[in-house]
Write a protein that binds this ligand. Sequence first.
Ligand SMILES: NC(=O)C1=CN([C@@H]2O[C@H](COP(=O)(O)OP(=O)(O)OC[C@H]3O[C@@H](n4cnc5c(N)ncnc54)[C@H](OP(=O)(O)O)[C@@H]3O)[C@@H](O)[C@H]2O)C=CC1
Ligand SMILES: O=C1O[C@H](COP(=O)(O)O)[C@@H](O)[C@H](O)[C@H]1O
Length: 517
Amino acid sequence: MTDKNIEQLAAEGAVYFIFGATGDLARRKLFPALYSLYREGKLGRSFAIVGLARRPRTDEQFRDDVLESIREFCRYKPEEGGDWREFASRFSYHSLDIGNVEGMRRLNESTLELEKRYEIPGNRLFYLALAPDLFGTVSRNLRDGGMLESKGWHRLVIEKPFGYDYPSAERLNEEIRQVFREDEVFRIDHYLGKEMVQNIEVIRFANQFFEPLWNSNHIANVQITLAETVGVEERGAYYNKSGALRDMVQNHMLQMLTMIAMEPPSRLDPEDIRDEKVKVLRSIRRFASAEDVSRRVVRGQYAEGSAKGKTLPGYRQEESVPPDSTTETFFAARLFVDNFRWAGVPFYVRTGKRLPVKSTEIVIEFKNVPNNVLFARRQDLQPNLLVIRVNPMEGIYIKTNAKKPGNDMTIQPVVMEFCQSCLVGINTPEAYERLIYDAGRGDSTYFTRWDELAAAWQFVDPIAAAWRDRPDELAFYPAGTWGPERASGLLAEDGFRWWPVNGEEEDNVVWVSNSKG
Ligand SMILES: NC(=O)C1=CN([C@@H]2O[C@H](COP(=O)(O)OP(=O)(O)OC[C@H]3O[C@@H](n4cnc5c(N)ncnc54)[C@H](OP(=O)(O)O)[C@@H]3O)[C@@H](O)[C@H]2O)C=CC1
Ligand SMILES: O=C1O[C@H](COP(=O)(O)O)[C@@H](O)[C@H](O)[C@H]1O
């Protein structure tokens, strides 16, 4: 699709239906994102937003809820510019049990009136902020209730988790496919909406610096860390069935890996980009056996610990978690992408809850200069690094070696950082903003296609199966630490180590950054 087409589609406007409008996701992410888009004129020429859930609410009560959520979570404040009343007037609430087809018919009638009033040409975007077991029912009832008969386009935006394993994901996909075409389905992975994840394409494909080096001849290893300080909070009912593998690895971690590893697409077209990503997912070396999983994967659960002088409960002591749970809250692994470009390069991935910092970073560690007669044996020589800081700090830095000023030939590692989120005036859009905007204009680049999702589940399922047979291999780590010791062992076995994340400085490194005055 050309830029011009995309802009025209965005300009047409649509009715945005938020199913699950009284829920947590709508409150914390979706309403604020819609308001930011409104403030930036990105909801199209004309729009209306309909919130749906079972509990009764008047339009006025609903608008008050929305206002509260925007005040709390949005990067734009209704009091500081913009026309809040105009925005609020486009919001309405419809009480509906999505199992009820008659209710859907009534929704269609009121939607036709809305479309007439605001001159919206029948474009309808259905955002399902609902439990996944309702996705199939909603899809069927949207069709049976006549909601898909309007003249414009129809798009279904679906939240994660998309299934629990490959068979359940396939069943779910089949239910949706009975009603929607693949190009009408937008499966959210909010990491793909993050500014720095999207920036990977530019860093890789618009810099002659990096592209020639982006392969196993020059890269020693890749490290992807997604660390969180939070515990399971009140989400135990969901998380205890999911664990880090399904909650983070199957989606966000593998998506970041594919962005780093994929071949350049022939065009910047959603299908071309996603074709390349699928190839990576299919090239990730499968685990051959339970022993292979034990060798290459570390599985942990946080025990009681502390952070900032505060005692933190262990996972099993959390209120919403069974006291004998064997669910993993930490995952680390050594993965390989078995293709020409990446042969033999380890990709170390780790994610966990109750780690010391909140930080998502991708480190590319380069090989040392070959046969460097001058410096190869120097203790002070460090490998070059390229670090992409995804979240919450956004930016990029490179670590190089330089001569320390003085009479001796002492080597000094120097970091040069561009801290994007430190720039005054930068008000980075939230991932959900970008994704709702893209869905509104029909750009599916940063959504997961079914074959990507299928490949990710097919990779992850054997790990879960191996764990079922070996529950004793769960290792406990004190909350507030970097997970089980073995996570460092994974790298040490190959002669590597995890590089510090979150801008933690090491001794003897000169750090030049727009964040440090
Ligand atoms: N919260 C988050 O941060 C994240 C959530 N997600 C995913 O988003 C989805 C929603 O999550 P979340 O908002 O936390 O869930 P909540 O439990 O907070 O909200 C669920 C919503 O669904 C509505 N609902 C439930 N049953 C029906 C029904 N039969 N008919 C109509 N509406 C119904 C509820 O309203 P009512 O009871 O009034 O009917 C409520 O508005 C899930 O798939 C979750 O995995 C993904 C990433 C992050
Ligand atoms: O999808 C999820 O992501 C969040 C972490 O997202 P981030 O944008 O804050 O890094 C995680 O806490 C949650 O368990 C998971 O479901």
